[in-house]
Design a binder for this molecule. Structure first.
Ligand code: CO
Length: 498
């Protein structure tokens, strides 16, 4: 058969797999956004069926056969060759999962989600402990059959940031411990802005009016997406040209909706900037990694949304929308308020500086569980001791401690470090963008985000999975990840603030 038609067969098969996965995403989105409670059992089954079909197509001998033929083929262009090699690698990894393992993991995590929810409500780790112990045991098995060098945790991180290793994560966090933690303590001790005006009543519709205006200015197009309320903010892709976001809000917490909307729109702009039409369902049409995805959301949320130039440009509009709350609050005081730094228990509510202590603690726990240095029963005391050590606070119950995040109930181990790496990548991209784009701060102040989005589209989004994170950073910024960009950015910002 001609190589072109063999490649066409590969594309067709990958397209079908993507159809199933995107259809599943619609069901998952509806489950979180609109589905009535009693629909959950049927929905769970339907989603499992679609995942199974997708998994079967992906690991079928048919796809592997096509890929092996194409891998020998001399007449493919670079992009085709890349897609083939990358897909073959992914297929071989997925094939290591036995049906029995996949089933047991699915069964355990579906029970674990309910148990986690109940445990968190009751603030009682014991309710979740047996199922979490089972999940950890399964994750240890998973690392063994996937294979790894140096540390079993490496096998799991591979799903979220390919190529990232414990040795590198430790190196990056050593700098965080050495420089960021002492700096954070120093800032938290002396920078105590008034934040009371952020807790006044901000009617939801008006908050949305402002948030929508901002994300549209960023370039999020409601012809290619929509926003709905959900208990947890997220971004999900249904098709090229249909990337949805969800947001949550509280009328007496101004920070919640706006920054969630900007964050999720950042994820959505990345998805919309990928060449998903030409490379539908293929590696070159898909996001590089979870960590790089997070770099896009954090860039918009922190480097833009929490910056002084941004608020110089937007604060007047916000004041006019909420005169009773903000008329007497100066721009400087508002900017200080949205950048307050304070050790707190809940990760998702943490500020830009203390955030990384939350991540580091979760990383230490996951790594120690995988190497069997600790067991699941040890998590609450290990967690609380580390909060005391790194944030100077001790949770009074597990609901504000080790039960706050949903990730472990899903079996997601190795995900947390990507949140910090995403922030560090974002800071490095921000520094490069400031060098590349003349009058960067002026553009941000005037709300002219099109040059910024264009820069991200051309330098980052268009490449899909073609490069590793360090390769892409090197192409775009001149060097692989360098934590100094984040540190010096924070020193400049908080030096001026506090
Ligand atoms: Co995110």
């Amino acid at each position: 058969m001609k190589p072109e038609s063999r490649y066409q067969e590969y594309k067709t098969l990958m397209g079908r797999i993507a159809d199933l996965d995107f259809a599943n995403a619609v069901l998952g989105w509806d489950q979180q956004v609109y589905m009535p409670k009693n629909g959950s059992e049927g929905r769970g089954r339907q989603m499992a069926t679609l995942s199974t079909f997708s998994h079967e197509l992906f690991t079928s001998g048919k796809l592997e056969g096509i890929l092996r033929d194409l891998a020998e083929e001399q007449n493919l262009d670079d992009s085709q060759r890349f897609n083939v090699q990358r897909t073959l690698k992914d297929v071989l990894r997925k094939k290591k999962y036995s049906e029995a393992f996949v089933e047991e993991m699915a069964l355990t995590t579906s029970k674990a989600f309910g148990a986690w929810h109940e445990a968190r409500t009751k603030r009682d780790f014991k309710v979740f402990e047996p199922l979490l112990a089972k999940i950890v045991e399964l994750k240890r098995q998973e690392a063994e059959f996937l294979g790894y060098e140096e540390h079993p945790y490496n096998a799991l991180v591979e799903d979220y940031e390919p190529g990232l290793r414990v040795s590198r994560i430790d190196e990056v966090f050593d700098q965080v411990k050495r420089e960021l933690f002492p700096f954070t303590r120093e800032i938290a001790a002396r920078f105590k802005p008034d934040t009371s005006f952020l807790a006044k009543t901000f009617p939801k519709e008006k908050q949305w009016e402002f948030s929508k205006r901002i994300i549209e200015k960023m370039g999020y197009d409601f012809e290619s997406g929509r926003a709905d309320d959900a208990p947890h903010p997220f971004c999900t892709t249904f098709a090229p040209g249909d990337v949805r976001i969800t947001i949550r809000s509280a009328e007496n917490e101004f920070n919640m909706m706006l920054f969630a909307a900007v964050h999720e729109a950042g994820h959505a702009l990345y998805e919309l900037g990928l060449p998903q039409r030409e490379q539908y369902g293929l590696p070159l049409g898909s996001a590089l990694s979870m960590a790089f995805h997070e770099s896009q959301s954090r860039f918009w949320e922190n480097s833009i949304g929490r910056s002084l130039p941004f608020w110089k440009g937007q604060y007047g509009t916000l004041q006019k929308l909420f005169p009773e709350n903000l008329a007497g609050v100066s721009l400087a005081d508002f900017y200080r308020g949205v950048n307050a730094v304070e050790p707190s228990f809940i990760r998702v509510e943490a500020d830009e500086l203390t955030y990384h202590a939350h991540i580091y603690i979760r990383y230490l726990i996951e790594k120690a569980l995988m190497s069997r240095e600790i067991e699941v029963k040890d998590i609450p005391s290990f967690w609380n001791d580390r909060y005391q050590e790194y944030l100077g606070i001790r949770p009074s119950h597990d609901g504000e401690g080790c039960l706050q995040d949903v990730h472990w109930s899903y079996g997601s181990f190795g995900y947390f470090p990507t949140y910090s790496f995403g922030s560090f990548y974002a800071a490095q991209l921000h520094a490069a963008m400031k060098r590349d784009l003349p009058d960067f701060d002026g553009k941000v102040e005037r709300g002219e985000f099109s040059a910024i989005l264009k820069w991200l589209r051309e330098k980052v989004h268009v490449h899909g999975k073609r490069y590793s994170s360090d390769e892409l950073l090197t192409r775009v910024t001149g060097e692989p990840l360098n934590g100094n960009h984040f540190m010096s950015g924070m020193r400049v910002k908080y030096g001026a603030l506090g």
